[in-house]
Design a protein around this ligand. Structure first.
Ligand SMILES: C[S@@+](CC[C@H](N)C(=O)[O-])C[C@H]1O[C@@H](n2cnc3c(N)ncnc32)[C@H](O)[C@@H]1O
Length: 238
């Protein structure tokens, strides 16, 4: 009987640990745990993700560069850049002559990004939290944030910051989680239609959902030329 009890307790602890640390990547345990887990996995991250470079170029970097074709030397911010997925792809688009700043709170993820990106002068890396972007309002010609928002304790603050640092008319590229893991992340992930609709309150417009991966939709939007009064107020308050 007691052996059975111990077995059940061990099983429950195992299931709870899997849920809190693997399935939801520490998000219910707070920011520090999320970052510590990414620090821990940094060296294995690219191997685990097994990115398909050609497909990623075609679905992320090429459309982004195309959306910026009228901007000479565009300045792009990638929030939660991790191991530099988006900066790496942008630098592989022929004739990309802009600059991209990859921002992340995990020092070890950024270290891997720095190793991958070498000394490419088009890329800068910054260690900082997504909810406190260290840039003046309306700095960037485009802002991206891929596979990050659901891991933030304060997603609204990050979205407000993303909208604040984007220039009027700037393309904004986000992801929204879907599928089984999204269903496990109660209060952190909404259906893409609901998430897309919520972005207008941050001063974004022309929001479009694109089916992308089994686990993520892409959300394309533009920073409105004249954001809603609420979003404008946020932008004016440092
Ligand atoms: C799933 S990875 C995505 C990385 C990259 N965007 C990609 O698509 O491969 C999530 C990233 O968000 C970062 N992150 C989590 N919480 C953060 C926070 N509060 N501020 C900044 N970055 C954060 C993690 O360190 C990690 O690099």
């Amino acid at each position: 009987m007691s052996v059975l009890l111990i077995g059940v307790v061990v099983l429950l602890i195992g299931a709870l640990s899997w849920y809190l640390l693997i399935a939801t990547e520490g998000v219910y345990l707070g920011r520090r745990v999320v970052i510590a887990l990414y620090d821990l996995y940094a060296r294995r991250y690219d191997r685990i993700k097994a990115f398909d470079e050609a497909w990623e170029l075609q679905t992320l970097a090429v459309p982004l560069v195309k959306a910026l074709q009228d901007v000479p030397q565009p300045l792009i911010l990638d929030v939660g850049t991790g191991t530099g997925r988006l900066p790496y792809l942008l630098c592989r688009v022929p004739h990309f002559n802009g600059k991209v700043i990859g921002l992340d709170a995990s020092g070890r993820m950024l270290r891997v990004a720095a190793e991958k990106l070498g000394k490419d002068r088009r890329v800068g890396l910054v260690q900082q939290d997504a909810t406190r972007l260290p840039f003046p309002s309306q700095t960037f010609d485009a802002v991206t944030c891929l596979e990050v928002l659901e891991f933030l304790p304060d997603q609204a603050a990050a979205l407000a910051e993303i909208a604040r640092v984007a220039r009027a008319g700037a393309p904004i590229l986000l992801t929204n989680r879907r599928g089984l893991y999204a269903r496990l992340m109660r209060g952190k992930v909404q259906p893409s239609e609901v998430f897309a609709e919520s972005l207008y309150a941050y001063g974004l417009e022309e929001v479009e959902i694109e089916t992308w991966q089994v686990e993520y939709d892409l959300i394309w939007a533009l920073k409105a030329a004249r954001p809603e009064p609420e979003a404008r107020k946020r932008e004016e308050t440092p």
